[in-house]
Design a protein around this ligand. Sequence first.
Ligand code: NAD
Ligand code: UDP
Length: 319
Amino acid sequence: MPRRVLVTGGAGFIGSHLCERLLGQGHEVLCVDNFYSSSRVNVEHLIAHPRFELMRHDVTFPLYVEVDEIYHLACPASPIHYQRDPVQTTKTSVHGSINMLGLAKRTKARILLASTSEVYGDPTIHPQSEDYWGNVNPIGPRSCYDEGKRCAETLFMDYRRQHGMDTKIVRIFNTYGPRMAPDDGRVVSNFIMQALAGEPLTMYGSGQQTRSFCYVDDLVDGLLAMMNTPPDVSGPVNLGNPEEVTMQQLAAKVAEIVGVDASIVHEPLPTDDPMQRMPDATLAGRLLGWSAQVPLDKGLEQTVNWFQKQYGNNMAGSP
Ligand code: NAD
Ligand code: UDP
């Protein structure tokens, strides 16, 4: 049945794909964004759609609309963006979640939080399953994001317990694909932009640290599946692709797909950069029947093609 769906952060990388999919399913979509780490360009192609509405709004302020479902994605996600104004990042996670939970409470809407694998911090167990409480520095440069999301998770569980609401939490692991911002400093976009420009790839630290990258189409499937679970399913549920690679391996893959013999330039490892990260995605399989389907090589190829089309002819000034 068609629903009125609010996507906060809907003009962002993941949000724009989610809006597209929801429209494709026949829903009405209200995309709310303050364009802190994105621009209208990501949803430009949706603006004329009769069931799509774009509203500029900062979720740290209350929002009065009528909706049936809320995907709460608003929050800068890349270290460069979330560290630019760390106080605003914490406010977005905490005040933003309180406002969206208040809205869900009034409208009796189901609400889903896009949390993050960063709640596990620099994990001491591997792979990370949902029952691991994490190893997070509460006072470092990443804390505004990690602790902000941890507090948002607390709020989602407390609104459920205290007000009997249908709240859901997913913990998203590194996601990549078309519409990643070219200048947001994330490793996939950096390596692709650098390789396309024929520049050396910037490797932070030794490059032995690992991540597990999930293609955005898979991730959106997981978000939709989680939203459609019965009210007693709260999560948190990990959403990620358990195909773990070192940053050295990732650099080699990107260079091969772009077809360049890229050199590597080493730069210092950022403070509190996690050494390893890989989801235990068993719970998502059991609860949602979901698992990532797109292998890293294929997803990277599609992402490189998109970057090539967007930026291929104008590579000066890549990150
Ligand atoms: P993104 O930066 O592209 O999208 C976030 C969107 O939120 C942007 O459009 C931004 O302008 C908007 N926003 C930020 N603060 C806001 C505010 N106060 N009010 C309204 N809008 C605001 O990032 P993304 O990768 O699409 O991430 C989307 C969500 O998924 C985030 O909540 C992020 O924490 C989570 N997540 C993403 C990843 C990933 O690898 N991409 C991993 C884990 C979690
Ligand atoms: N990284 C890198 N070169 C870059 C950008 C990032 O080696 O140009 C590393 C970074 O230090 C981290 C990994 O790649 O170990 C993933 O970084 P990203 O910012 O994409 O995600 P996060 O650290 O938030 O998982």
